[in-house]
Ligand binder design. Structure first.
Ligand code: PGA
Length: 237
């Protein structure tokens, strides 16, 4: 399986012009790179403008679990599919924290993402406090148990992103040794591709892919700088 390198742009950039420019720079630079599955997850409003003719795939940062109807402000899976999305990030810690997404809500979302045939990237991870208390494995197990409840994965489309919350956007990445422990623990529970996320940059890319054996990376801040993100992709080969 090719490593999955995913750009999570979060609520950036602030104009469509900048989004298109960033996308184009990445698209051009990786035109001939076939060894990596590169996925860009822009804000919803840019999705229809960033259709890719190249080997970049498009993903969404979130979705709603209802099919359609009176749900002001929400986005359905059918809409995402119609715009050419192939991947959907689900359960990101920022959604859990700022939008009160519970493990049960994430479970509902996962079910419908798989039902419509899109590929979910399920994010799980512990807080600093939980890690300090030695609860990392317990937290991961609990999240997986509820998030994956009653889900029978018929095809190998699900990926899990191990994202220790304390490492996200802090410039304080998880050591590849500790990340590897989490990776092995997750793989014992479910044998699907596992990605690492949390302060990934071009310098530490190889540690996670080559040394720890992750199947890819979920990149936030560094994916907004074209040169840095392109180097992350190249270093993952
Ligand atoms: P970061 O974000 O790379 O900026 O730490 C990762 C993420 O939130 O997925």
């Amino acid at each position: 399986m090719k490593p999955l390198i995913i750009a999570n742009w979060k609520m950036n950039p602030q104009t469509l012009k900048e989004a298109k420019e960033l996308f184009k720079l990445i698209e051009r630079a990786i035109e001939n790179i076939k060894e990596i599955e590169t996925i860009v997850c822009p804000p919803f409003v840019y999705l229809s403008e960033l259709k890719s003719n190249s080997n970049i795939k498009i993903g969404a940062q979130n979705c709603f679990y209802e099919e359609k109807g009176a749900f002001t402000g929400e986005i359905s899976l059918a809409m995402l599919k119609d715009l050419g999305c192939q991947y959907v990030i689900v359960g990101h810690s920022e959604r859990r924290k700022y939008f009160n997404e519970t493990d049960e809500i994430i479970n509902k979302k996962l079910k419908v993402i798989l039902e419509v045939g899109l590929k979910p990237i399920l994010c799980i991870g512990e807080t600093q406090e939980q890690r300090d208390k030695g609860e990392t494995e317990k937290v991961l197990k609990n999240q997986l148990e509820i998030n994956l409840k009653n889900i029978t994965i018929l095809n190998a489309t699900l990926s899990i992103a191990y994202e220790p919350i304390w490492a996200i956007g802090t410039g304080n990445p998880c050591s590849s040794e500790d990340a590897k422990k989490a990776l092995l623990f997750i793989k014992k529970i479910i044998d699907v591709p596992v990605l690492y996320g949390g302060s990934v940059n071009k310098e530490n890319t190889q540690e996670y892919i080559k040394k720890a054996g992750f199947n890819g990376l979920l990149v936030g801040g560094a994916s907004l700088k074209a040169d840095e993100f392109i180097q992350i992709i190249k270093n993952s080969i």
